[in-house]
Design a protein around this ligand. Structure first.
Ligand code: DX5
Ligand code: ZN
Length: 221
């Protein structure tokens, strides 16, 4: 199944509730929540109080992308805010195996994100423990950046690695994803797509529908 995960980072923060309602009604299933600490990435976004508050206004899957150093420190708090999936960066975790186990013990789905320059081979041993791998297609930290083309090959290699092992791990792509390039990513083997500016710039309902139309074409509906 192909899934759209709008990134709240590009939403209009003065009316978060109604923006969330709009994309949910339009058919988005995941809500991608970018938590940034100003250390792992240059920028600071939002954290626990925001997650907790918006949890009450939607049933969408909360997909929390932790762009923070030592994410272990926050796993329980993030889960308590209603996260369904917690994604940590490979580059931020010295003891990645321990961190992934901690996420699973918390009872939520576990994912690992790879920066553009980090090879998929770095996940060779942890892959069977993961529900999802996030392939970053921009350098993390900001919305609205240009898609890095070589990441398509990373998706292809990762899908091959997953299939070779008989796994069913989701592949998410995040950064510069649009309704125009999402087809290439589907063909490469990704199935969950984060989109910030491509959803919230202009009319979010129309933009969500544009993604869903592409998904339906590939799903043969
Ligand atoms: C970037 C974040 C993304 C960002 C994507 O570091 O992880 O989720 O919001 O925004 P767009 O789709 O505009 O590149
Ligand atoms: Zn993200």
């Amino acid at each position: 199944m192909l899934i759209l995960a709008p990134s709240l980072l590009s939403a209009d923060f003065k009316c978060l509730g109604s923006q969330i309602e709009t994309i949910e009604k339009a058919g988005a299933k995941y809500l991608h929540l970018d938590v940034m600490d100003g250390a792992f990435v240059p920028s600071i976004s939002f954290g626990m109080p925001v997650l907790k508050s918006i949890r009450n206004c939607t049933d969408m899957i909360f997909d929390v992308h932790m762009m923070v150093e030592e994410p272990d420190r926050y796993i329980h708090d993030i889960k308590d805010c209603g996260a369904d999936l917690i994604c940590v960066h490979q580059e931020a975790c010295v003891h990645l195996d321990r961190t992934v186990n901690k996420i699973k013990e918390a009872g939520v789905k576990a994912a690992v994100a790879l920066n553009p320059a980090t090879p998929v081979s770095s996940l060779e041993y942890i892959l069977p423990s993961l529900d999802m791998v996030l392939v970053m297609s921009v350098n993390p930290g900001f919305g609205g950046q240009k898609f890095i083309p070589y990441t398509v090959e990373k998706v292809r290699n990762l899908r091959h690695m997953i299939q070779e092992r008989g796994l069913s791990t989701d592949i998410q792509v995040d950064g510069g994803v649009t309704a125009d390039n999402v087809g290439t990513l589907i063909e490469a083997g990704a199935n969950i797509f984060v989109a910030g500016s491509a959803v919230f710039k202009g009319d979010p309902a129309v933009n969500v529908q544009a993604f869903l139309d592409v998904f339906h074409r590939y799903e043969g509906k």
